[in-house]
Write a protein that binds this ligand. Structure first.
Ligand code: CDP
Length: 223
């Protein structure tokens, strides 16, 4: 009996986390938000004024800091940082941190470890290409940059963050560029991933589409 692994990769604002959370509930899967881990490391480096070019120091941080996830809550050295990791300053720096080789290898190890022996759904940039190339379901969820910026802008408005739509669009495009052109496991579609464009789809439509893939895959795992 094999465990089920569902990989949802996609750019900022494509709807990955909303969709992954709903599917986790529907199919009783453990949800792992891989981006949150890069965000937590970024927060630690920023708050402790650590130069990201000082790789010895970055490595020391990776070996000492404790990352913990419980449902929607994220703990950095036992402190709840769930709100802080979504701040603009993290968005502005996370892609630089995520392009550091040692950061990636350390977090990929952790992501595999916490997925071990569980039925899981993970969202991120390299789930289907690097973390779990053998995932039974691989979705590459995309949407136009304008639609993604609109979604992110609305999230910022709800949190009362002062930011304009144009700033959000610019930051999303910058992150897309850094993520997809970095040397270490760049953000690309896995050859066998199914591409789904959510620009004009409702959440329910996306859920229905991916549900069919999960149900097909369940036959080859648990039954
Ligand atoms: O939610 P959003 O798509 O804005 O971002 P996220 O999934 O929280 O990821 C934040 C950043 O972490 C991304 O822009 C990537 O630079 C990095 N990341 C990555 O490199 N690999 C992953 N598996 C997940 C995130």
């Amino acid at each position: 009996m094999k465990n089920l692994i569902v990989a949802i990769d996609g750019p900022a604002g494509s709807g990955k986390s909303t969709i992954a959370k709903l599917l986790a509930k529907k199919y009783d899967l453990t949800y792992i938000d891989t981006g949150a881990m890069y965000r937590m490391i970024t927060l630690y480096l920023l708050e402790n004024n650590i130069d990201i070019n000082d790789l010895k120091e970055v490595e020391r941080v990776l070996n000492t800091v404790n990352l913990d996830m419980q449902g929607d809550k994220f703990y950095l050295d036992n402190v709840d940082v769930s709100t802080k990791i979504r701040e603009k300053r993290i968005n502005d720096n996370v892609s630089k941190v995520a392009s550091i080789k040692i950061v990636r290898s350390n977090l990929v190890d952790l992501q595999r470890k916490i997925s071990n022996n569980k039925d899981v759904i993970l969202d991120g940039r390299d789930v289907g290409t690097v973390i779990f190339p053998n995932a039974q379901v691989k979705i590459f969820l995309i949407a136009s940059p304008e639609e993604r910026a609109r979604r992110r802008y609305n999230e910022f408005l709800e949190k009362k963050t002062e930011i304009t739509y144009d700033e959000v669009l610019k930051s999303i495009k910058e992150r897309d560029h850094i993520d997809s052109t970095r040397d270490e496991s760049p953000f690309v579609k896995a050859d066998d991933a199914i591409e789904l464009d959510s620009t004009n789809l409702t959440i329910e439509e996306v859920i229905n589409f991916i549900s069919k893939e999960i149900e097909k895959a369940k036959w080859t795992t648990h039954d």
